[in-house]
Ligand binder design. Structure first.
Ligand code: PAF
Length: 276
């Protein structure tokens, strides 16, 4: 496994790798969800590359950039074990040299849901992802369904700019009790960890009601709200039932829909979603 930390070293390593190349962009502190992305990339490409970069541009001033969990040695061991070919671990200065000045903004789909609560977040994501696509020139790139809006944003970016790669979305990997895997789950103490089950449980309940024929979006939102409110350690930030491609809120679930939510559990802000 080749590990590089400069753009120059990345470019020369990239040149010697077999095509097609699948890229898995990450912020490190890897878990089974990331490894599912790596496995999908391994299955579909001759070469697998991973980037590990905690991107300051996608964190708000009061968010957890400084404390975001990091463990590079463990990450590299996991990637080596999984047969990854190339890993890029740039510094902030390498990713954003002093004269860096471009921002990629995907417009309204980046300003609802997570974007409304985290102003500038998706500009930061779109900007770093566009730069990574430029540096790696991958034929495919892999993103987890857990970050549903990020998937919509990245697909929009690729379509609008005509970038020559395919975006592959991999299903959310969950703990046995349903909690979606996230690097931020380490923030949970044991009581909060148990309470955090209510996120996926409330989504499963909404899914069950949808299967039983419920089509009123507000009824599904209310179900999630009421379920979460019964768990005192969890504070719901929002629940949304939206068109899965435009992210516009729905009144009636008459097309593919994304049920998404964010909630505070202790100091962790967790997100989860399901597709109907
Ligand atoms: O999903 C993430 O970890 C990040 O948002 C990404 C895609 C690596 C961009 O920094």
């Amino acid at each position: 496994m080749i590990v590089v930390d400069t753009v120059q070293a990345l470019r020369s390593a990239r040149g010697n790798l077999a095509e097609p190349l699948g890229l898995v962009p990450t912020m490190g502190f890897l878990h089974a969800g990331h490894m599912a992305l790596v496995d999908a990339a391994r299955a579909q490409n001759a070469t697998v590359a991973v980037s590990i970069f905690v991107n300051p541009k996608q964190f708000g001033p009061n968010e957890d950039f400084a404390t975001y969990p990091r463990d590079l040695d463990r990450d590299l061991a996991m990637l080596r074990q999984a047969g990854v070919d190339l890993v890029f671990v740039p510094s902030v200065e390498e990713m954003y040299p002093a004269d860096f000045s471009t921002t990629v903004d995907v417009g309204p789909i980046g300003e609802v849901l997570e974007g409304a609560r985290r102003p500038g977040h998706f500009r930061g994501v779109a900007t770093v992802v566009a730069r990574l696509f430029g540096l790696f020139q991958p034929q495919r790139a892999y993103f987890g369904q857990k970050d549903a809006q990020q998937c919509v944003v990245v697909k929009r970016l690729v379509a609008d700019l005509g970038l020559p790669l395919e975006i592959v979305v991999v299903p959310t990997v969950r703990e046995p009790d349903g909690l979606a895997m996230s690097s931020r789950n380490v923030y949970l103490n044991p009581k909060e960890r148990v309470a955090a089950r209510v996120l996926s449980a409330s989504l499963r309940l909404a899914e069950q009601h949808f299967r039983d024929g419920e089509r009123d979006a507000e009824t599904l939102r209310r179900l999630v709200r009421e379920t979460v409110s019964r768990e005192p350690l969890v504070r719901l930030d929002y629940v949304s039932v939206a068109d899965a491609s435009t992210l516009a809120e729905l009144e009636v679930v008459d097309r593919p829909a994304l049920v998404s939510m964010a909630a505070w559990v202790g100091r962790a802000r967790l997100i989860d979603n399901i597709l109907l």
